[in-house]
Design a protein around this ligand. Structure first.
Ligand code: URA
Length: 180
């Protein structure tokens, strides 16, 4: 089993797809290597690309606050994305980019072995569970290949639709309970 630091090092040199051409930094993910909860977003944005850290922009602020309100410390979880480099102009990651990056996520999952995996939004839901609609699947527990999942809204979605924010917090509370 690989150490989380070795995975990070490998990602930093990755040239498996064209996203490597335009990045400032890879964004491998961060958090506790003993995390019970692993949170998985879609792709780094501008701030993340500049800093090399996941969820540090506007959506990140929402995520950090929602975690706090749900009684979960950001430093206790592991946060990453389906792809580790920013797509140009924040377009959706392409199928082949997701496919080429998938191995890194798998390595992270095998190393951290979280009790519960949290796909944020449609893209992560589709990549991890092959399911389509976050609005229908959020808050549900899924078991797949011996792993437990509970998808919830992407925090960015709760910026555009404020009504979703309490739902996100409620889901995170349940995730906190399920993770123990
Ligand atoms: N949105 C994501 O999906 N991931 C990030 O790291 C930041 C914003």
């Amino acid at each position: 089993m690989e150490e989380i630091e070795n995975i990070k090092e490998t990602i930093s040199k990755c040239e498996r797809c064209d996203l490597s051409n335009n990045r400032k930094n890879t964004v491998p993910g961060e958090g506790s290597k003993d995390a019970d909860i692993m949170i998985i977003g879609e792709a780094p944005g501008k701030k993340e690309d500049e800093t090399g850290r996941p969820f540090v922009g506007r959506a990140g602020k929402v995520l950090t606050e929602a975690l706090e309100k749900a009684g979960i410390k950001r430093s206790d979880v592991f946060i990453t994305n389906v792809v580790k480099c920013r797509p140009p102009k924040n377009r959706d990651p392409k199928k082949d980019e997701i496919k080429k990056c998938r191995g890194y996520l798998e390595d992270q999952l095998e190393t951290i072995e979280p009790n519960i995996i949290v796909p944020l939004g449609n893209s992560a839901l589709k990549t991890l569970l092959g399911q389509q609609r976050i609005s229908e699947k959020r808050g549900e527990i899924f078991e797949k290949d011996g792993r437990k999942y509970m998808p919830t809204y992407h925090p960015a979605a709760t910026i555009y639709n404020r009504k979703l924010r309490p739902e996100l917090i409620k889901d995170l509370e349940k995730i906190g309970e399920e993770s123990r």
